[in-house]
Design a protein around this ligand. Sequence first.
Ligand SMILES: [Zn+2]
Ligand SMILES: [Zn+2]
Length: 274
Amino acid sequence: MNVIINKNKFIKIKQNASDIWSFFLDLIFPIECLGCGREGQWLCQTCFKKINLKAEQYCLHCKRGNDFGEFCSLCRVNYDLTGVWIASLYENKLISKAIKSLKYYFASSLADDLGKLLIFFVNNLINQGRILKPDLKAGVGWQGLNRAENLPLAILDFKANLIIPVPLAKKRWRWRGFNQAEILGKIFAGYYGLEINACDLVRIKHKKPQVKLTEKNRLSNLKDCFVWRGGSLNKRNIILLDDVVTTGATLNECARVLRANGAGEVWGLVVAKG
Ligand SMILES: [Zn+2]
Ligand SMILES: [Zn+2]
């Protein structure tokens, strides 16, 4: 008799299994590093260190490079989103495998790794924005002041940001059992001690999968998909967390809703650009 065993299905079972059951499943399907195949971890230390962080940020619309991934003065008019921080590229095989495995096998240790990646990346961004050598006796120099003037408020006053994970539709949430953006958001917010709100931005419908649509249709497909059920955001700067960005249509639609409810700057922060 031929028994076809679906490894993916088993891994999904494994995430919900009791310790004894998962001990047996481990014997049959040991977890292997997505990079080198070594047993024991989804992503080993050696492979994790090989992942390159994206050094240059740019205007997501026209791809012109800049320091903080903000939309440039020409493209800004088309967006409610202030800009997008992109930690790495989806074309990096290890990144795309890690994101897929997190989503479909709920490999929670991968969430820790991808969360760590976001933290390393944002530490770099903040360091880049720091006003260099502030000398209190001499006061902040003109150079420092000029620099501060051009910094995004979300970087200048980083600790005041509110983290909001991009929500899943209820149906999809039920199917998957968790929202990967929320897990990443909790890791990220926990590290910096930032406030997180994972319940008041709600996705009320999920239409056709965005991947199959053109950019123009993506926007109309998303219209009225999100609602904000919290109070006024009182100019609060917001960081929207998601795993992947492509055109930015989803992030921008969230930003539109948040800004309509009084948000200040709304930034996207994603693990990868697809
Ligand atoms: Zn490895
Ligand atoms: Zn631009």
